[in-house]
Design a protein around this ligand. Structure first.
Ligand code: NOJ
Length: 553
């Protein structure tokens, strides 16, 4: 197994709008990230992935890029970014940036030119089609048709919002532009990229109509637009032209890649270092509508988790995460009605540390999402107007159209809203959690004073300390071969609500990880050995307390 820095790394995802504001405009900024590097260093982080910071009209919070070479003024300047790269490097923290290359913003100058002048070379940078009728019945990820009419029987295609027109990767000049962008950022000093929605770049089936999957007469682009035949040509070329240095870490958001084809993406000669798998993160959903909540059991969760882990380990490297900026908080997702109430800090510690042990025990590069290390939970949003996210508002409307009442539709939004994880980071007990001296762009969660980073840094029994400790356990020379490179094997005879697995190094050394996901005492059969972590003060090998999680070598 090849050794390389990003396999051993623990990453931290930063949503820059919500991390730390230094100028009082209520929006987090790059200077704020610089200010908080010591916090990340102390946590044990090796790289940060920063969500988009490019100039953007912010219809989709930066995932609508208007200039791939700049910095949005709300986040600072290119000098700030260069300073961050320098300071991060001095702290031994690498920087990964988000690349949104399936689409741009409709405010990008390419699109503006393309709209203005049908003969401009930029017209073919996008997917324009002449047609009397809507060209296909494909539904975009954020609702409604993927086709937007711009008059005179002209339509353009958008996988996401209509303000995010898709780029036409069939055009070699467009592809050259993309490669120049990547090389520009590599020269600036970034250590890698997270590729947004990259499996949508090849259009084929979604340009044609299909049997509708709902009463709106449309069919989701998730079904017809992901990972289409011919995508390999684009991904291989991009890899050859920009990403062939193995030191460059790449992680792709790549829905629609079947497990049996994973090697093409993440194998020795794959297009990327690793991809995110959504199977277990989306365990709570049946399809794209949030109102179709899935009933699931811990048995189902284990099946998904270990199918993912086992498929990845035979074909390449993986990325493990429980939260990101598109997900609700993991305590709410995985413990549902059993999730700790906001004021039950002890239960929050137990559940948070149980999930931390899972995350640090799995095989793959670990991604922690900002605030996860504090045990953040979902926010309380009392009306749809309190949400910023366009996806949440669309999903709320979908629920209403499907016949749910306002309260039920709001509940679906609350359970799943991306704004749950986008609320300002709680730094201290001051107003707005010390995130800003101004008015935050999205309200703070009302528990900020009790879980804030400052408080947890002063408490050796806090979840934050637990995370710091676990990260060190993972990196410890004595555990590294097992916890980083070791094979994953599920312990199949564990009871249903106990996630149990072992990591086995090439030399046969073993670490077992046992996590009781339930609120009752459960039976266990843990190997004898050195206890590496335990979220209780007591331990016995034959049973686990509610939410108890242990690692034994
Ligand atoms: C996936 C990103 O993670 C999400 O936040 C965004 O809305 C869409 N892609 C569109 O870029």
């Amino acid at each position: 197994m090849k050794r390389i820095w990003w396999k051993e790394a623990v990453g931290y995802q930063i949503y820059p709008k919500s991390f730390k504001d230094t100028n009082g405009d209520g929006i987090g900024d790059i200077k704020g990230i610089v200010e908080k590097l010591p916090y990340l260093k102390e946590l044990g982080i090796d790289f940060i992935w920063i969500c988009p910071f490019y100039p953007s009209p912010m219809k989709d919070n930066g995932y609508d890029v208007a200039d791939y070479y700049g910095i949005d003024p709300c986040f600072g300047t290119m000098e700030d970014m260069e300073f961050l790269l320098k300071k991060a490097d001095e702290s031994g923290i690498r920087v990964i940036v988000d690349m949104v290359l399936n689409h741009s913003s409709d405010q990008h100058k390419w699109f503006q030119e393309a709209l203005k002048d049908p003969n401009s070379k930029y017209r073919d940078y996008y997917m324009f089609v002449q047609s009397k009728e809507r060209p296909s019945n494909t539904r975009s990820c954020f609702g409604g048709s993927v086709w937007e009419n711009v008059g005179e029987d002209t339509w353009y295609y958008h996988t996401f919002d209509k303000s995010q027109p898709d780029l036409n990767w069939e055009n070699p000049q467009l592809r050259e532009e993309v490669y120049n962008i990547l090389n520009f950022w590599i020269e600036k000093g970034v250590s890698g990229f997270r590729f947004d929605a990259i499996t949508y770049i090849k259009k084929a089936d979604s340009l044609k109509s299909h049997e509708p999957d709902n009463t709106d007469g449309l069919i989701g682009v998730e079904k017809t637009g992901q990972n289409q035949k011919g995508i390999d040509k684009f991904l291989r070329e991009m890899n050859r032209k920009c990403l062939s240095d193995p030191e460059i870490m790449t992680v792709a958001e790549a829905p629609g890649v079947p497990y049996e084809n994973l090697a093409e993406f993440i194998g020795e000669d794959g297009y990327f270092s690793m991809v995110f798998d959504f199977s277990y993160a989306d365990i709570d959903l049946c399809g794209p509508n949030w109102y179709n909540q899935a009933p699931w059991t811990f048995g189902d969760l284990k099946k998904l988790l270990f199918r993912s882990q086992c498929s990845v380990q035979t074909q390449g490297w993986g990325a493990v995460y429980l939260e990101n900026h598109d997900q609700s908080r993991s305590l709410n997702k995985y413990f549902r009605e059993k999730a700790a109430a906001k004021d039950d800090l002890h239960l929050r510690f137990l559940q948070g540390s149980a999930l931390a042990a899972l995350l640090m025990g799995l095989r793959g590069t670990v991604f922690i999402y900002q605030g996860e290390e504090l045990g953040s939970v979902n926010g309380t949003f009392n009306s749809i107007e309190e949400y910023d996210d366009l996806n949440t508002r669309d999903q709320y409307q979908r629920a209403l159209r499907a016949g749910f009442d306002v309260a039920q539709s709001l509940k679906f939004a609350n359970d799943r809203s991306r704004d749950n994880s986008r609320m300002p980071f709680p730094w201290n007990e001051e107003e707005h959690g010390g995130f800003t001296s101004g008015t935050p762009w999205l309200k703070c969660n009302d528990d900020y004073a009790s879980i804030c980073a400052e408080k947890q840094s002063q408490d050796k029994n806090s979840l934050l300390y637990y995370y710091r400790n676990l990260i060190q356990v993972r990196k410890d020379e004595a555990n590294r071969e097992c916890l980083i490179y070791g094979e994953v094997r599920e312990i199949e005879n564990a009871v249903e609500s106990v996630i149990a697995f072992e990591r086995i190094a090439e030399n046969g050394e073993k670490i077992q990880i046992w996590i009781n996901m339930s609120d009752e005492i459960q039976k266990a059969d843990i190997i004898e050995g050195e206890l590496l972590c335990n979220n209780y003060s007591e331990f016995n090998r034959t049973s686990l307390q509610p939410y108890q999680a242990v690692m034994v070598r």
